[in-house]
Write a protein that binds this ligand. Structure first.
Ligand code: CP
Ligand code: NVA
Length: 313
């Protein structure tokens, strides 16, 4: 693995391998601490948008494993503005051992990877959020094991987080349903990619995972083992907040909706949550919610990603 830009770039075996390594590193961390496999290594972290989880979990992943991380704020870098992305990538490649970038346009993280001599990790773009997708899959497997055929329902905006969840679901043989309002569908290119993944996953006598794109949240959660939601307005869409606030209320994940799913359903959210908008307090803090273990799993999933990229595990 040269870079980590999209879950769709990995084979199903590579996805499972990262999840297995994440579990191993998580156990090791809680037992006696991780080995200093990242000693002497520094991760440069480029942020064009705010972050709590991504910033802190990458920083801590590096420190727990003997390395260090350097935060580069939007004001400092001016990616593509103060300096071209190609030049930023080539300069930073001589200073740090890996780059993590949170960008607006997906093309920008691809451009960084094109010019970088060190591994590049996508820490969220307008297209996808693959580190989140890996932590989500880790959380789902911790609850349900490596079972195929789970029903994953994403309720809300067909956004970057939904893309990575759809792709990891298709890779691992889980059925994926999106219930979104008209006009807030998933990126058609991402759907095409998911269909190809599902077809491949379904070879060799395995039941191919189903992909459904519907409007009705109640239909989506019938038999669901996972209900997932995210903000109605992603970073960069702030001027659409009022319009979206009128369209999305029927897609709120509340106690009624959760009661319509499988009895063992888990409720997930990548966070930050806009409580009592896309997710009620009652559900966020209720017995089905796994939102905090899910957030904590970012740390363990990313240790595995970095270890494979650095070639140290
Ligand atoms: N889920 C997630 O990526 O959170 P941050 O935006 O706080 O990094
Ligand atoms: N869809 C959200 C995810 C935040 C982690 C956004 O892009 O703002």
């Amino acid at each position: 693995m040269e870079h980590f830009l999209a879950i769709s770039d990995l084979s199903s075996d590579e996805v499972q391998d990262l999840l297995d390594l994440a579990i191993k590193l998580k156990k090791e961390y809680f037992k006696k601490g991780n080995k200093p496999l990242f000693e002497g290594k520094v991760l440069g972290m480029i942020f064009q948008k705010p972050s709590l989880r991504t910033r802190v979990s990458f920083d801590m992943a590096m420190r727990h494993m003997g390395g260090d991380a350097l935060y580069l704020s939007p004001a400092e870098i001016g990616l593509g503005k103060r300096e071209s992305i190609a030049d930023v990538a080539r300069v930073l490649s001589g200073y740090v051992h890996g780059l993590m970038a949170r960008v607006f346009e997906h093309e920008h993280v691809l451009e960084l990877a094109k010019w970088s001599d060190v591994p590049v990790v996508n820490g969220l773009s307008d297209y996808n959020h693959p580190c989140q997708g890996m932590a989500d899959a880790l959380t789902i497997q911790e609850k349900f094991g490596k079972k195929k055929g789970l029903n994953v329902a994403f309720v809300g905006d067909g956004n970057n987080v939904a893309v990575s969840l759809m792709h990891v679901s298709a890779k691992l043989g889980w059925n994926f349903t999106l219930a979104s309002p008209e006009g807030y569908d998933l990126n058609p290119k991402a759907i095409e990619v998911a269909k190809k993944i599902a077809e491949k996953t379904g070879r060799g006598g395995v039941t191919p995972p189903l992909l459904r794109f519907i409007r009705d949240p109640h239909e989506a959660v019938k038999g669901a083992h996972v209900i997932y939601t995210d903000t109605w307005t992603s970073m960069g869409q702030e001027e659409e907040t009022a319009r979206r606030g009128k369209v999305f209320p029927p897609y709120q994940v509340n106690a009624q909706l959760v009661s319509e799913a499988d009895k063992d359903v888990i409720v997930m959210h990548c966070l930050p949550a806009h409580r009592n908008h896309e997710l009620t307090d009652e559900v966020a803090d209720g017995p089905h919610s796994v939102i905090f273990p899910q957030a904590h799993n970012r740390l363990h999933a990313q240790k595995a990603i970095l270890a494979r990229l650095f070639g140290v595990a």
